[in-house]
Design a binder for this molecule. Structure first.
Ligand SMILES: [Zn+2]
Length: 268
């Protein structure tokens, strides 16, 4: 008698679990579709035109895709201000642009390791170093308490889009770390972007380039890129998107490889 009751119980449980999952995925599909087809309000489009040079460089068809990708990102990502700080439309547009730019070459993309972005009024404190000095960052993603989250400095976010000479853009940098994390680890080898035979050559290339930066033989890429391979990937990636023509001219081999990874040719 008991086994039959147990079997019935598990069938019953399985049925409800299936219904729950099915319902959730169909709700997600509906949200995705409605966000994808939603028209962007003119004042939001004006922010993109004013602030995001990557968007300005696109043709009409690509601009439409960019807007639609932004709508989808905002539909599934919570953006909050630290301690109730106000989040403006401009903040939201710049954050979403940083998310979309690195993956714009793909038909559709969802960042698996991000549910919310928390905007800070300034630098973000995160513990202390070996000498007891407190440390601060302008952007943070990772594991542990950072799982599913991105912490971001509001002034640094805006600076990233207003100064195009410094090859730095914190929001693109942090999303490149998340892209790297899509395969499970932030290690500078974003396996979701590369076929298996490219993994080792990329690791070799990164090692050689980091050595050149460290020795001062390549001063074109900022020194922080030599910290480790994950920072190397994020640093060259943000430069690739922020100043594509200069990057291509000064680092043609790296440009070629990154173009393949991102499926984009920002310098034409
Ligand atoms: Zn970094």
């Amino acid at each position: 008698m008991l086994p039959i009751v147990l079997i019935l119980f598990f069938i019953f449980l399985g049925f409800f679990f299936y219904k729950f999952l099915y319902k959730r995925s169909s709700i997600d599909d509906i949200r995705l579709l409605s966000a994808k087809n939603r028209q962007m309000q003119p004042h939001l489009r004006a922010i993109l035109n004013r602030k995001v040079s990557f968007y300005r460089r696109l043709n009409a068809y690509q601009k439409q895709k960019f807007e639609s990708d932004i709508m989808v990102f905002l539909e599934f990502t919570d953006i909050k201000g630290k301690n109730g700080m106000e989040v403006t439309d401009e903040d939201r547009m710049l954050i979403a642009s940083g998310a979309v730019i690195p993956v714009f070459g793909f038909k559709s993309w969802r960042y698996l390791h991000l549910q919310e972005v928390i905007l800070y009024p300034g630098n973000i404190p995160f513990g202390s170093d070996a000498n007891g000095r407190s440390m601060e960052a302008v952007g943070l993603v990772g594991g542990g308490y950072l799982q599913g989250k991105m912490l971001l400095s509001k002034p640094a976010l805006h600076h990233g889009f207003s100064d195009e000479e410094d090859k730095k853009n914190v929001i693109i940098h942090e999303f490149l770390h998340l892209l790297d994390k899509q395969d499970g680890t932030i290690d500078g080898v974003p396996k979701v972007l590369m076929e298996h035979p490219y993994i080792f050559p990329w690791m070799e290339m990164a090692r050689e380039e980091m050595l050149k930066i460290d020795k001062g033989e390549n001063q074109d890429i900022r020194k922080y890129g030599a910290t480790n391979r994950s920072e190397f990937f994020a640093v060259v990636g943000e430069y690739f998107f922020e100043k594509p023509y200069e990057f291509k001219h000064n680092n043609p081999k790296l440009y070629k490889v990154l173009s393949k990874f991102f499926n984009q040719q920002p310098a034409g």
